[in-house]
Design a protein around this ligand. Structure first.
Ligand SMILES: NC(=O)c1ccc[n+]([C@@H]2O[C@H](COP(=O)([O-])OP(=O)(O)OC[C@H]3O[C@@H](n4cnc5c(N)ncnc54)[C@H](O)[C@@H]3O)[C@@H](O)[C@H]2O)c1
Length: 434
């Protein structure tokens, strides 16, 4: 296939080299004449392991060239890949997408002349809403129609500098975001030799995914560094600790704790995190990331409270009071926190928790329950039916499939879901926290 690649930086050059190696004929486009000249001499404008060799070989096979003439590049190709830089604005408020929109304008001009279906793949990192804007800019500037005359497909790039060629062939997945079947087919075709699952997801989810992935990578790095700093203060070998930490593929390095839901709680996690932060602070060490986890968790409880308050109703039903499902442990329960705050603000409450049997609650759990909610016996009901009948707003803190039928049967009551049940998105009385 004849492909034009806009932007000959790290991402553009790696895509150029690897796609040429797959047998495609590539023309690179850049505003930087030195980069263009470099490619035309068979050299790589950027330094990455293996890249120079691939470009040299593919140049000698006449599969790669470069130009500053964007019109010629669009006219002579069937598909364009946008790899231009999207740096952070100096205000730090968003990514600067001016390069993306400059290329969009150029592609529009090319399409008016070319009058043949063209696929545009975006590999640059963008902000939510960018693809829609590109499509509408192209439609308005050319009079052409999305899906009929052109297609836009977002394919986030997951390579890391230093291992970019290896990463190009071995990404975690190939994500395709587009509303065009023809565009998706073209993208699948050019990335077919990549060793990874191909996932077609919505455009908006694709747009945010790369930002979310990088945010998580930053969290991991900062977490390890804060652990390193704490260990050093206590004369503990941080490398050993994190090596063992990473061997836990069940809870640590796993999908556990990575589903959006409600705040954490319980008798262990909150106290241990607090103790670790306090120990670090006592050693004169700041651990802003760990500390902010406590702030973030508290904030999430307030979000739930504010959401309940926004409905301006007084009778509130709570589904699940223990700190999580399938336990009767109330200690550190975030649901308990919200319940107490509701009572303190004059709301009337009823609580349903299938695991809460007062005769079985003993020891510290009982003490905590009596101190936190002394009148809990008057608040507890034995069935979901009783709870729903009493409530104007039902707040679901635990996964409870049994609640679904009530959401359908009581359209006049609001159901706030903090834990993400499926299939109720279309119901007006069903409010998912996310
Ligand atoms: N570098 C990485 O490791 C990496 C990894 C994944 C994703 N990304 C994303 O990919 C995109 C590109 O990153 P990069 O590191 O390759 O950027 P880069 O800064 O190395 O290269 C960008 C290139 O785009 C060119 N350019 C700018 N405006 C142009 C225009 N109007 N026409 C033609 N060329 C133009 C520049 O001259 C430059 O050569 C960014 O959105 C980045 O966030 C980068």
């Amino acid at each position: 296939m004849d492909i034009s690649i806009f932007g000959l930086g790290y991402v553009g050059c790696v895509n150029l080299a690897c796609l040429a190696k797959s047998g495609h004929t590539i023309v690179g486009v850049d505003i930087n004449k030195n980069k263009v000249a470099s490619i035309n001499q068979g050299n790589s404008p950027v330094s990455e392991p293996m890249l120079a060799d691939i470009i040299k070989t593919q140049h000698s096979k006449n599969r790669v060239r470069a130009t500053t003439n964007f019109l010629e590049a669009i006219e002579s190709t069937d598909l364009s890949i946008i790899c231009v830089g999207t740096p952070l604005l100096s205000s730090k408020k968003t990514l600067d997408l001016k390069n993306i929109f400059a290329i969009t304008e150029q592609i529009g001009k090319g399409l008016i002349i070319k009058r043949k279906f063209h696929t545009i793949i975006i590999r640059s990192t963008v902000m939510p809403g960018t693809v829609d804007k590109i499509i509408s800019l192209l439609e308005v500037s050319t009079g052409l129609r999305n899906k009929k005359d052109f297609a836009v497909v977002l394919v986030p790039e997951f390579m890391r500098e230093g291992t970019s060629i290896y990463d190009y062939y071995n990404p975690p997945y190939v994500i395709l975001g587009s509303d065009s079947e023809k565009g998706l087919k073209a993208a699948k075709n050019i990335y077919k030799n990549i060793n990874a699952p191909v996932l077609e997801i919505g455009i908006k989810e694709t747009e945010i995914l790369k930002l979310v992935n990088n945010a998580f990578h930053a969290l991991k790095i900062c977490f390890s560094n804060e652990v390193g700093n704490i260990c050093k203060k206590f004369n503990i070998n941080a490398y050993k600790v994190m090596d063992i930490f990473c061997k836990d593929n069940k809870l640590n390095i796993s999908t556990k704790y990575l589903k959006p839901g409600f705040a954490y709680g319980g008798s262990c996690l909150p106290k241990d995190l607090n103790a670790l932060v306090a120990a670090a602070n006592r050693q004169g060490l700041r651990v802003p990331l760990l500390k902010s986890a406590i702030t973030s968790n508290n904030f999430h409880k307030e979000i739930a409270f504010e959401l309940i308050r926004s409905f301006k109703k007084k009778n509130i039903g709570i589904v699940g009071l223990a700190f999580k499902n399938n336990t009767d442990d109330l200690r550190g329960s975030p649901a308990m926190y919200v319940a107490r705050k509701l009572l303190a603000n004059g709301y009337k409450l009823k609580i349903y928790d299938k695991n809460l049997h007062f005769v079985k609650i003993i020891g510290k759990n009982k003490k905590f329950m009596k101190e936190s909610l002394p009148h809990i016996k008057n608040l507890k009901v034995d069935t979901l039916k009783e709870l729903v009948r009493f409530s104007e707003v039902v707040v679901i803190f635990h996964k409870s499939p049994g609640i679904i039928k009530y959401i359908y049967n009581y359209p006049e009551k609001k159901f706030i879901d903090l834990v993400g049940h499926d299939n109720n998105g279309a119901l007006k009385n069903y409010i998912n926290i996310f």
